[in-house]
Ligand binder design. Structure first.
Ligand code: ADP
Length: 663
């Protein structure tokens, strides 16, 4: 009675290249398998059984001839199309079970359905049902290592049935089992056949072959005999009579093709690839950790350097802000360091007066600066002498601790008075009150009228004594010059620095007839600090990036090792229908996860070390910005993609048969 033809091989040949010549292993096989048959392919070792089986299971292509699966010619099919056939029609049972060691029975059974795009809830339910009906209800959460050989083979039968298993290909299914377990497995296969599954068994054992109703004997790559034993009932009749009562084993594919092509299915497969990558990482904790180390160190270095630079610049900027003032200083010359600025003598007290009247000026001070030896009795020291106007103390927010600042009258009279800073007071008057005492500055005697409170303003430089005199007195009595070194102006609240700057320029150009001065504001100082910090950060980051690249190469290395080590796993996944893209994404996700996690740990380590440093060395400030953390994690992920791609692609391009045969 003719039944539907499932598989049809016509003049199939397969040859392998051995050195320069090709050796033909299958010599023109003609074979037709119909639905519901149970076929045993028997022959001595080396006769070509496995080669034939691989072609039937779409794991391999014939060198010539044609092979049709349900009418579809497989000749010019791409690897992914062959994978689709394997997924949808075939179920494989291997001699050595080929289960994935890091997954439990339930998860192993589900693998083909993951690639077929079956919803998690559905495949989970079906996996449990299948395992239950094969007597493994109590073992669903066991890993292969916790199961006996017979139990493992039953798990692999359940896996073969997961997507429907219309055609079950069993390669020496009892080869690794004891007699009793072997008999159980054969009984299960017979039951499955009775429920309508088409079964093809490869064996060298005539007793196993005797369980099938059709025995094909193969020798030296050719079919020697093809006999249908009389006492096996008509497969289709059995199939029809028993399918009605058959349980979950006989169910047809659970694949919903519409859903399998949908976005949520893709997302689901991505999620699965993610879980698989995560599992693989967990099962190799030590190696994963070591792989991450390069990335952790690289990211830690970058994040710490950026935080350090940011901390330093924030500190400087906050120091400038702590001066409490927004100031603009007018200097003679074209720019800082201009060698000709000493010859520019146009900045005068009249400019000061002109600027004082401006609406944006809160206070304006002249400045004539020099350094000089100061003496009192036998005590002497070098000091900075600041010739200033009254307003200077307000411009820089300097406070008087005792005494007073000089008056307008004293300024106009070029009075020989001075205000000293805290350093000078401590140095020259450790025990007595300085007010009213005299000091010799250069050759001029000065009466001290005030002492400043300690301040971190930059106008008082570190430990160096600084004294403040009326600028008129410095100009005439100390320097004998009639021009100013600079004018400093504090901007009134509510006025912007650029507006004030352009007004000052306009006024002074009008007065001098040309631009023989330049302006420096706290804004420009901040900007140049920011620029310097940026340059510094970029430079160090470039060095750190090199360490990241080295880390990335480490990741690539380990991923290549991992692919080699897990070649058999890749083969199994491909046999049950994984696409090349599934394998690619699994390994790529693994690489990205390793790197991303490394990045996050790097950020965390940097933060913890930063906290420690700041605790023990309070002068160092590390400032972590969200931007730099996000950039670090993104960079590490990009490294994962860049360096994980090559190993992942080589994994996805493995030949499934070669991969499967790797131990
Ligand atoms: P069986 O399964 O019957 O033991 P195989 O199909 O495994 O036989 O092998 C048939 C012949 O093909 C053997 O002589 C084997 O050496 C050869 N063969 C199988 N695979 C390859 C291969 N990848 N490259 C070269 N020769 C191979």
């Amino acid at each position: 009675m003719p039944h539907e033809v499932l598989l049809e091989l016509k003049d199939v040949r397969r040859s392998y290249n051995s050195g320069a010549s090709a050796v033909e292993v299958l010599h023109g096989i003609n074979l037709t398998v119909r639905r519901g048959e149970m076929v045993a392919i028997i022959g001595p070792s080396g006769s070509g059984k496995s080669t034939l089986m691989n072609i039937i299971g779409c794991l391999d292509n014939p060198s010539s001839g044609s092979y049709r699966v349900m009418g579809q010619d497989t000749l010019n099919m791409q690897p992914d199309e062959l994978a689709a056939l394997r997924r949808d029609f075939f179920g494989f049972i291997f001699q050595r079970y080929h289960l994935l060691g890091h997954l439990c029975a339930r998860e192993n059974v589900q693998v083909p359905a993951v690639y077929a795009g079956v919803r998690k809830s559905k495949r989970d339910g079906r996996a449990k049902e299948l395992l239950g009906s094969l007597g493994l209800a109590e073992r669903v959460e066991y890993r292969p290592a916790q199961l006996s050989g017979g139990q493992q083979q039953r798990v692999s039968i359940a896996r073969a049935l997961m997507n429907g298993g219309q055609i079950i290909l069993a390669d020496e299914p009892t080869g690794a089992l004891d007699t009793k377990s072997g008999q159980d497995v054969m009984r299960t296969l017979q039951e499955l056949n009775a429920q309508g599954h088409t079964i093809i068994i490869v064996t060298h054992d005539p007793r196993i072959a005797a369980c099938a109703h059709r025995v094909i004997s193969i020798e030296d790559g050719t079919i020697k005999s093809d006999t249908i034993s009389a006492d096996v009932p008509d497969p289709l009749a059995r199939a029809e009579s028993e399918t009605a009562g058959a349980g979950v084993l006989a169910e047809r594919p659970v694949i919903n093709n519409q859903w399998a092509r949908s976005w949520s299915s893709h997302l689901d497969r991505f999620k699965e690839a993610f879980v698989m990558a995560y599992r693989a990482m967990l099962s190799n904790r030590m190696r994963t950790m070591l792989t991450m180390l390069g990335i952790i160190i690289g990211i830690m270095a970058v994040v710490s350097v950026v935080a350090l630079a940011r901390g330093a610049s924030e500190q400087i900027i906050s120091n400038i802000a702590a001066m409490g003032t927004n100031t603009i200083t007018v200097y003679p010359g074209a720019r800082m360091g201009d060698v000709r600025s000493g010859r520019v003598r146009s900045l005068t007290a009249r400019d000061l007066v002109a600027l004082q009247g401006q609406p944006f000026a809160d206070s304006v001070s002249a400045s004539v600066q020099t350094s000089s030896l100061i003496r009192r009795g036998a005590n002497e020291s070098n000091a900075t002498v600041q010739g200033v106007s009254l307003d200077l103390f307000r411009v820089y927010g300097l406070l008087i601790k005792s005494g007073r600042i000089f008056s307008q009258g004293e300024l106009e009279q070029m009075a020989q008075v001075c205000v000293i800073d805290d350093n000078t007071a401590k140095l020259f008057f450790p025990t007595e009150d300085p007010i009213g005492k005299t000091m010799i500055v250069g050759k001029v005697g000065l009466r001290i009228i005030g002492v400043l409170a300690p301040s971190d303003s930059f106008i008082i430089r570190g430990e160096q004594p600084t004294i403040f005199m009326p600028y008129t007195a410095v100009m005439t009595r100390l320097l004998n010059q009639n021009y100013l070194s600079s004018i400093v102006l504090r901007i009134k609240d509510g006025f912007s620095t650029p507006v004030a700057e352009s007004s000052i320029k306009r006024i002074l150009i009008r007065r001098h007839g040309r631009e023989d001065f330049f302006l420096q504001s706290s804004d420009t100082i901040m900007k140049s600090i920011e620029e310097a910090t940026m340059t510094f950060t970029l430079m160090i980051s470039a060095i750190a990036v090199i360490s990241l690249v080295v880390g990335g190469i480490g990741v690539m290395n380990i991923m290549l090792v991992s692919v080699t080590e897990r070649t058999r796993e890749i083969g199994i996944r491909m046999a049950v229908g994984a696409r090349q893209s599934d394998i690619l994404s699994q390994f790529l996700i693994e690489a990205v996860m390793v790197c991303m996690l490394g990045g996050l740990l790097g950020v965390l380590c940097s933060y913890l070390i930063g906290q420690l440093i700041m605790h023990f060395v309070p002068t160092i400030v590390l400032s972590y910005s969200l931007d730099s953390i996000i950039a670090a994690v993104l960079t590490s992920s990009a490294i994962g993609i860049a360096f994980g791609f090559m190993p992942a692609r080589s994994a996805s391009r493995l030949n499934p048969i070669e991969a499967l045969s790797r131990e």
